[in-house]
Design a protein around this ligand. Structure first.
Ligand SMILES: Cc1cc2nc3c(=O)[nH]c(=O)nc-3n(C[C@H](O)[C@H](O)[C@H](O)COP(=O)(O)OP(=O)(O)OC[C@H]3O[C@@H](n4cnc5c(N)ncnc54)[C@H](O)[C@@H]3O)c2cc1C
Length: 396
């Protein structure tokens, strides 16, 4: 049976970035991924300024900036009236090391980290390897795959997404609720900039609410809208042209690149630690993606977890630090990330009462007119961070 210091289930961004941090700390790590490669489906694409320092510490920010792009512009767009309320991360210029957001598909971020990881002899990544069972004893953790193979390690990180087999294997509850809509994420080539769209546009409307964001420098944009839950999955694709009639400004030709429907949740595992198994990212907590707080939370899990786990394995910290990890990250998700994401969703998609909408718009107009208030607004995502739980160690 193959043995490593740490097994990681899932080669999404959280799994691969944790693996990279652990390999850089000199540990042996094996990543097991069910799919034949990194999943390419349209998902996260905005990395808030506050996570860029952590990405930099892993040594991959420069490459990420070359592959993606950075930007500061934001706008709320009121679909019914055409009102545009503009904000800019430039209010953070001089205040923080990276006063901009990075845009790039999450598969690209995971791909960059994977390439770095593969430079370490102590790291192994196995695709086409679906984990079906996890058991543990005093000395370590054993996983069994669909093909009947077994892998063993001292510790395991479950980074296998919202449907986490690791979490289920441990019998941990995924507490919370599922929204009664389907979110449809589309990637489309269309020149929104010609129509003066901010590269992150949050469109407010009870029917045509949408997130419209630029993904890359080749003209690819993300348009995400809500479908009624009753709409059959197989009809989603056929309905896209009708949605685009309403959501795309002008009537230029567009080219649909990809789309995918998603259910949305506000849920968290009852604990992010069970003995020698830790959960991180969507395996530990899932949120609707409005405001980009899902992977943001997963990255902030990562930045404290790999250090804490490396410190425990090398004897620099007691394993109680992993309980601190679980408590701090769960609390941050439940008390800060999840409520904000729900408020974002209500504003964009569910404000049909005109008085209530006007009240919210008045707040946004006041925000746009006040740079100090914008600073406070953009500092919000920093609250999702957990300060280091162990002193810094030398990197390999
Ligand atoms: C439309 C959309 C837009 C979003 N936009 C943003 C955004 O802009 N910013 C943001 O912060 N967040 C965003 N999110 C949320 C973000 O996509 C997730 O938070 C992120 O994918 C979590 O990463 P992860 O690595 O934890 O899990 P995942 O990306 O789900 O990766 C889990 C991996 O585990 C693998 N796996 C699953 N089961 C097994 C198994 N049994 N054995 C082995 N491998 C397994 C899967 O194949 C997958 O590769 C968005 C989500 C959606 C749906």
């Amino acid at each position: 049976m193959q043995h490593s210091d740490v097994l990681i289930v899932g080669a999404g961004p959280v799994g691969v970035l944790n693996a990279l941090g652990l390999a850089q700390a000199g540990l042996s790590v094996t990543v097991l991924e069910a799919e034949p490669g990194i999943i390419q489906a349209p998902r996260a694409m905005v990395y808030h300024w506050s996570v860029l320092e952590g990405i930099e510490r892993l040594g991959i920010l420069d490459t990420a900036k070359q592959i993606g792009f950075t930007k500061q512009d934001y706008a709320y767009y009121v679909y019914a009236t055409g009102e545009k309320i503009e904000l800019s991360v430039s209010v953070l210029d001089g205040m923080v090391p990276h006063p901009y957001n990075l845009h790039m598909g999450q598969h690209k971020l995971a791909g960059i980290a994977l390439e770095e990881l593969q430079k370490f002899d102590s790291a192994t990544v196995r695709f086409d390897t679906r984990v079906t069972a996890v058991t543990q004893d005093d000395a370590g953790v054993t996983v069994t795959t669909e093909a009947g193979e077994q892998f063993r390690a001292g510790w395991l990180i479950g980074a296998d997404g919202a449907g986490s087999a690791v979490r289920k294997s441990l019998g941990l509850e995924f507490e919370g609720m599922t929204w009664p809509e389907t979110f449809v994420a589309t990637n489309v080539y269309y020149d929104f900039e010609k129509y003066d769209y901010a590269r992150s546009t949050l469109q407010i409307d009870p029917v045509y609410g949408a997130i419209i964001s630029k993904i890359d420098n080749d003209g690819l944009w993300r348009v995400t809208y809500c479908e009624h839950l009753d709409t059959p999955q197989e009809e989603m694709g056929g309905r896209i042209p009708r949605w685009f009639d309403k959501l795309l400004p002008g009537d230029d030709e567009y080219r649909l690149d990809a789309y995918r429907p998603y259910r949305m949740h506000q849920r968290a595992a009852s604990s992010m630690r069970a003995g020698r198994v830790l959960l991180a990212g969507d395996a530990a907590h899932a949120t609707n993606p409005i405001g980009g707080l899902g992977l943001t939370s997963g990255l902030f899990d990562t930045f404290v977890l790999y250090d804490a786990l490396a410190a425990v394995i090398t004897g620099r910290a007691a394993d109680s630090v992993l309980d601190e990890y679980s408590d701090a990250r769960r609390r941050t998700f439940l008390e800060i990330a999840s409520p904000r994401a729900s408020a974002n969703k209500r504003l964009l998609y569910h404000t049909s009462d005109p008085d209530q909408l006007e009240q919210q718009l008045a707040q946004l107009r006041a925000l746009a007119a006040d740079e100090d208030a914008q600073r406070t607004n953009f500092m919000f995502t920093k609250q999702l961070e957990t300060r280091p739980l162990v002193p810094p160690a030398g990197r390999a």
